[in-house]
Ligand binder design. Structure first.
Ligand SMILES: [Zn+2]
Length: 113
């Protein structure tokens, strides 16, 4: 009985601290990739309308969603190493607005030349 909290190890610097002093981040790892893959020969076969190749591509495309697994794991960081924000915090929509604003601003400035 050394303490009432579980000790967590920082995945960045390796420091060990009790859980309340650590920050968790959820990370996803893609595992269990499909055994069936589209090879160059398969695509080439499909070009020449080889029925077996077409079926192979078809089954690969339709089954791809079911054969990919995402493993969820919790990663721990200490106060010094914790990432400020997860990368996913900036959505694609936000980026589109930023790009659109930049293009608009460039056009606006260009119009007054
Ligand atoms: Zn650390």
């Amino acid at each position: 009985m050394s303490g009432k909290y579980t000790t967590r190890t920082c995945s960045c610097c390796g420091i060990r601290k009790p859980q309340p002093e650590m920050y968790s981040r959820i990370e996803y790892t893609t595992t269990g990739r499909s055994k069936t893959s589209i090879s160059g020969a398969t695509i080439l076969g499909a070009m020449f309308e080889d029925k077996r190749s077409i079926n192979s591509i078809r089954s690969t495309l339709f089954n791809s969603g079911q054969r990919t697994y995402q493993r969820k794991r919790t990663v721990w960081y200490c106060g010094a190493c914790v990432p400020a924000k997860p990368k996913s915090a900036i959505s694609a929509k936000t980026w589109m607005i930023v790009v659109a604003a930049a293009v608009f601003a460039a056009g606006f400035i260009g119009g007054f030349k």
